[in-house]
Design a protein around this ligand. Structure first.
Ligand code: B12
Length: 488
C-alpha cells in the first residue's frame, strides 16, 4: 500500500513484548498486513523494550502493531507505550495493541501429579518486571519460583509434595540455571524442557546459548542425587510450537533431547508427545517414540508422557472434552505412563483450580473405559521411518548431542515449520491432508524425501487460520469429527 502523501509503500512493525513468546499471532498478523499491501518488519517474540524503541526509531514505520496473548499484556503494554512515547521521534507514532490482554489439584479423584508453572517474566529472566509487578500488585501468569525465598516455596510444597504426590515445575526457559538452583534449594527434582524445545518456540535466545545453559542446568540438577533425590527431566520436544509440526519431527526432537539430558548426567527421563490432528497418525508417533527410546536411551528409567492437544483449542465445553477424551485414548493405547490434560477453559484463559480438577477427573474416568490392549511399539510406520532418519542424521553429525543439535539446525536437518526463531532455517512447511493427517508440504534440507506438493495459489492469512483451527472446528461442530474439510 502506498502512502498518499509520499507515494511510497508503508512499512508496519509487528511485535510482541518482552515476556511473551507466542508467535502464531505474529505470523498471522504479518500475512494479513502483507495482504493489505503493507511491508512488514516482524520483530518476533520476547522483544525487549530497548530493541523495539531502537528499531522503530530506525524504521519510522507508518504504525506499530503490538500483539500480546500470554496474559501480561496489560502490564507490558503500559510500560512499552510509555517507553515509545518518551522517545522524541516516536511520541506521535500510531500504535495499536491487541490479542488477549487481560492467572491445587491434590484432592482430585484421579492419580495425579502436581504442577508449578513459572510466570512468563521469570522464564525470560526479567526479574525486575517481577519486582515491579509485586510492588504494584499486578497478577502474573505463574509462580515466581526465583523471586520468592526458598522458605516460601518450601511452605507452598509443605504437606503436598511427596512420593504419593510428585510435583513438577514447568517453566519454558532457555536459561533454566536460576530456576534449577531454586528447585535444588527445596530439593524439588522434577521439571521439564530441553535445549531446543525451550528455546525455538519460546523467544529469541540464540540456540547455542540455550544448549550451553541447558548443559549447565542438567549438571546442576544431577547434583540433587547426592541429597537422595533422583532428578527427573521431561522433554518438551514433542510439543514445539504446539501445532502444525509433523509428528516425525516432534518424536525426533523428543528423543534427541532425552539423549542430551542423559549425556549431562540425568538418569531418569520422560519423553513427551503432543496430540496432533489424526488419531492413527498420533498412535504411530507414540509407537515410534517408544521404539526409538528403547533402541537409543542409555537408561531404563524412562516413560512416555502424552500432552492433550497444545494448539488452538475447541471453544465449546463438549468439543474440549471430546478432544481430551481422544488424548486419553492415545495415552492408554500408546502405553504412556502419564498425561498432561487441558481444560474446557483452554481457548480463553488460564483455568481455575476447579476446572483443572474437573479435567483430571474426566481424564481418569475416560482412561478406565479404554480397553487395555498390548502396546505395539514395533511398527514400521512412515512416522517411525522419518523420525529414525532425523535422529540418525543428527547423531551422525557429532558425538556430543548439543553440538549435533546446533549443526542440525544450521544444516536444516531439523527445521520447524513457521518458527520465527533466527536459528531455524524456515524452509519447511506442513499441511493437513483431506484425511486430517499432518504432513510435510516442503521438507527443505530435512534428511528424507516426501513427494513435494505445490500449492495452486499464494498461502494467505485465512489459510493459516484454517490450518490452525482444524482441530477446533473438528471438535466444536457437533457430529463433524469425520467430515471437516481439511485445507486447501
Ligand atoms: C500454541 C500455544 C502456546 C505455544 C506457543 C508457541 C509459539 N511460539 O507460538 C506454547 C505451548 C509454547 C505456549 C506457551 C505458553 N502459553 Co500459550 N497458548 C497456545 C494456544 C494453545 C494457542 C495459541 C494459538 O495458536 N493462537 C493462534 C493465533 C492465530 O491466535 P491468537 O494468538 O489468539 O491471535 C488472534 C487474535 O487474538 C488476534 N490478535 C492477536 N494479536 C492481535 C493484535 C491486534 C492489534 C489485533 C487487532 C488482534 C490481535 O488475531 C489473531 C487471529 O484471530 C493458546 C490457547 C488457545 N487459544 O487455544 C494458549 C494460551 C494463549 N497460552 C497461554 C499461556 C499462559 C502460555 C504460557 C505463559 C504458559 C502456559 N500456561 O502454557 C506460555 C508462554 C510463555 C511466555 N513467555 O509467554 C494462555 C494465555 C492466558 C491468558 N491470556 O489469560 C492461553 C490462552 C492458554 C491458557 N488457557 O492458559 N502457548
Amino acid at each position: 500500500m502506498t502512502d498518499a502523501r509520499t507515494g511510497t509503500r508503508r512499512t508496519v512493525v509487528v511485535t510482541s513484548m518482552a515476556s511473551d513468546s507466542h508467535t502464531w499471532n505474529l505470523v498471522f498478523l504479518q500475512l494479513l498486513l502483507e495482504e493489505l499491501g503493507h511491508d512488514v518488519v516482524n520483530l518476533g517474540p520476547c522483544v525487549p523494550d530497548d530493541l523495539l524503541v531502537t528499531r522503530c526509531a530506525a524504521i519510522r514505520p507508518a504504525f506499530v502493531v503490538i500483539s500480546s496473548v500470554n496474559g501480561h499484556g496489560c502490564q507490558d503494554g503500559l510500560r512499552v507505550i510509555r517507553r515509545l512515547r518518551s522517545h522524541p521521534g516516536l511520541f506521535a507514532m500510531p500504535v495499536v495493541i491487541g490479542g488477549k490482554l487481560v492467572s491445587a489439584v491434590r484432592a482430585a479423584a484421579a492419580r495425579t501429579a502436581g504442577t508449578i508453572t513459572v510466570d512468563a517474566h521469570t522464564r525470560v529472566g526479567h526479574l525486575a518486571a517481577v519486582e515491579s509487578a509485586l510492588r504494584d500488585g499486578v497478577a502474573l501468569n505463574g509462580y515466581l519460583v526465583v523471586s520468592h525465598p526458598a522458605a516460601t516455596t518450601a511452605q507452598v510444597l509443605d504437606g503436598i509434595h511427596g512420593p504419593e504426590f510428585p510435583v513438577q515445575v514447568r517453566h519454558g526457559s532457555a536459561d533454566p540455571v536460576d530456576i534449577f538452583r531454586a528447585l535444588c534449594a527445596v530439593r524439588l527434582g522434577a521439571t521439564e524442557g530441553g535445549p531446543v524445545s525451550y528455546c525455538l518456540p519460546y523467544g529469541r535466545t540464540p540456540l547455542s546459548e540455550s544448549v550451553h545453559n541447558w548443559a549447565v542446568g542438567c549438571e546442576l540438577l544431577a547434583q540433587l542425587r547426592d541429597t537422595g533425590v533422583e532428578p527427573h527431566l521431561e522433554t518438551f520436544g514433542g510439543c514445539m510450537l504446539g501445532q502444525l509440526c509433523p509428528p516425525s519431527q516432534l518424536v525426533a526432537i523428543s528423543v534427541l533431547e532425552a539423549l542430551f539430558f542423559a549425556q549431562h548426567g540425568i538418569r531418569s527421563v520422560s519423553v513427551s508427545y503432543a496430540q496432533q490432528t489424526h488419531p492413527v497418525q498420533d498412535r504411530e508417533a507414540v509407537g515410534a517414540l517408544r521404539r526409538l527410546c528403547g533402541e537409543l536411551l542409555p537408561t531404563a528409567d524412562w516413560h512416555v508422557v502424552v500432552y492433550a492437544y497444545m494448539g488452538l483449542y475447541p471453544q465449546t465445553r463438549d468439543g474440549a472434552y471430546r478432544l481430551l477424551g481422544q488424548a486419553v485414548e492415545l495415552a492408554v493405547t500408546g502405553g504412556a505412563q502419564r498425561m498432561i490434560v487441558k481444560t474446557a477453559a483452554e481457548s480463553r484463559r488460564i483455568p481455575s483450580i476447579e476446572e483443572n480438577v474437573r479435567a483430571l477427573e474426566y481424564a481418569a474416568r475416560a482412561a478406565r473405559r479404554v480397553p487395555r490392549t498390548p502396546v505395539d511399539a514395533g511398527t514400521d510406520s512412515a512416522t517411525y521411518e522419518e523420525a529414525a532418519a532425523l535422529v540418525d542424521a543428527v547423531l551422525n553429525l557429532d558425538p556430543d548431542v548439543g553440538r549435533a543439535l546446533l549443526q542440525a539446525f544450521r544444516k536444516g536437518y531439523l527445521d520447524i515449520p513457521y518458527c520465527l526463531h533466527p536459528d531455524n532455517r524456515g524452509q519447511t512447511r506442513s499441511f493437513i491432508d483431506p484425511d486430517g493427517r499432518l504432513r510435510w508440504e516442503a521438507t527443505g534440507a530435512l534428511p528424507f524425501d516426501v513427494p513435494q506438493r505445490s500449492r495452486s495459489r499464494w498461502f494467505t492469512s485465512a489459510d493459516l487460520l484454517r490450518d490452525l483451527s482444524y482441530v477446533r472446528r473438528k471438535f466444536d461442530e457437533p457430529g463433524s469429527e469425520a467430515g471437516v474439510a481439511a485445507t486447501r
